[in-house]
Ligand binder design. Structure first.
Ligand SMILES: Cc1cc2nc3c(=O)[nH]c(=O)nc-3n(C[C@H](O)[C@H](O)[C@H](O)COP(=O)(O)OP(=O)(O)OC[C@H]3O[C@@H](n4cnc5c(N)ncnc54)[C@H](O)[C@@H]3O)c2cc1C
Length: 400
């Protein structure tokens, strides 16, 4: 494995860095810095700039809008994006649904849905989890029955409840797992439907999370009529698509480049804050040790990710390493948040940033850290909890 960047790769890094510096929207930077929740339009500004440039979906095949970058170029792209703290395009359309569509969708579905995902015109949400189906996703109960509509067309009539639907309050469309055959084995009776969120019978109810944010929702489906042509792939074979999508979701969660940036920030905070004994907190042996352990783990994870990339360059898929990346990546993100909060102490506590509760209480870098720490508990749960990833490693890597 050669880990040195070539002159061409270094030139590419400069190109990416300059592009971000010249084009990252100032109003979005200001909104991010303010710490208030972003509006729907703000979430999409950078996405739309990247779409114009042709850089919104580096991993897609070239024919659908991919950049044809090498894995190393993609790595450089994610490093530079993290360094500049850009807002990544939302994963639901670009990283989760699109790979399923271009792999399993019909030509009509690709033509209808991929451009809206690419251009940021259609916001997608993920309707997988249910109150009784999270880790054991195959036990999902939302029911879809075939009916003939008054117009003579074939529909699915969908009834049930989805939960934890991230940013579903903004979604134009959702991809849903539904049960089309209640009599077969759990995995064998599931289909994958694309549903227009404006269809009568859909209601979205907020779930307010620990830090006071509205990020997730319950979605209720009450006699929702979905045209049969909105099913991707064959009836009752949606589980194959569900698993493929989860692998894409998982490999995006590790966030190594962003953790590297957050480690730098933690060092800055701990160089400014004082320890009980006086002097900078980073000079305190106990605190310094925790930062050093974190850095060692992050470096090890970075090399694991680079090995995965080197494997991809030679045509190997990510495989069960995506579970290792997910576990270690999310544990590191959570430890970073805990240490940042430990460093600022009670200054991190007022976390309702949009209400300005923090004004004048402490340093700027402490704003919202408690809220971030609470919110960050999610990373070891979603995308398949870390316990479930350990089960996958036990089975697929260790053969237990
Ligand atoms: C912030 C957030 C956003 C989310 N966004 C979405 C979304 O947009 N769309 C969507 O469909 N879902 C979403 N989810 C749901 C997420 O995928 C589920 O929460 C997750 O799969 C876990 O399911 P559960 O919450 O039902 O927990 P459960 O499955 O009930 O698990 C409870 C606990 O038991 C453990 N456990 C369960 N089974 C096993 C086992 N076999 N071995 C060992 N331990 C086990 C779990 O690890 C967990 O600690 C989101 C969740 C969160 C927290």
């Amino acid at each position: 494995m050669n880990l040195n960047f070539s002159p061409e790769e270094n030139a590419f890094r400069q190109e990416v860095r300059a592009f971000i510096a010249e084009n990252y929207p100032a109003e979005l930077r200001a909104a991010q810095d303010s710490g208030r929740p972003l509006t729907k339009a703000e979430y999409l500004i950078w996405h739309k700039v990247l779409a114009k440039k042709g850089w919104v979906a580096p991993s897609w095949p070239k024919q659908y809008g991919g950049t044809d970058w090498t894995p190393t170029q993609k790595y450089i792209w994610s490093e530079e994006s993290a360094r500049a703290e850009t807002l990544p395009p939302l994963p639901f359309g670009v990283s989760m649904l699109a790979p399923v569509l271009y792999t399993f969708g019909s030509d009509e579905q690709k033509a209808k849905f991929l451009p809206g995902i690419y251009n940021g015109e259609v916001w997608w949400c993920q309707g997988y989890s249910e109150p009784g189906a999270g880790s054991d996703l195959a036990s999902l109960k939302t029911k879809a029955e075939r009916i003939t509509g008054d117009d003579g067309k074939e529909y699915y009539l969908v009834n049930g409840q989805k939960t934890w639907t991230t940013l579903g309050q903004y979604a134009d469309w959702g991809f849903f797992l539904v049960r089309t055959d209640p009599d077969s084995k759990p995995q064998a009776g599931i289909s994958f439907l694309l549903i227009d969120m404006k269809t009568p019978g859909i209601s979205v109810r907020p779930i307010i999370t620990l830090e006071g944010g509205h990020e997730v929702n319950d979605v209720f489906l009450d006699n929702v009529k979905v045209p049969v042509e909105n099913r991707v792939f064959h009836e009752n074979q949606g589980w194959t698509l569900a698993k493929a999508l989860l692998a894409h979701e998982r490999s995006g969660i590790a966030g190594v480049a962003r953790s590297k940036r957050n480690l730098e920030k933690l060092r800055e905070i701990a160089s400014t804050e004082h320890s009980d004994a006086g002097g900078p907190l980073l000079g305190d042996a106990f605190f310094r040790r925790k930062v050093a352990e974190l850095e060692i783990d992050l470096t090890a994870l970075e090399f694991t990710e680079l090995r995965t990339l080197a494997g991809e360059s030679s045509g190997k898929g990510p495989g069960p390493e995506s579970s290792i990346l997910k576990i270690k990546g999310t544990e590191i993100q959570q430890r970073l948040q805990e240490l940042a909060l430990e460093a600022v102490g009670h200054y991190g506590a007022p976390f309702l940033r949009d209400l300005g509760h923090n004004a004048g209480v402490g340093p700027e870098y402490a704003v919202g850290l408690a809220g971030d720490m609470f919110n960050g508990r999610k990373t070891s749960i979603y995308g398949g909890s870390n316990e479930i990833q350990r089960n996958i490693i036990a089975k697929m890597v260790l053969g237990l």
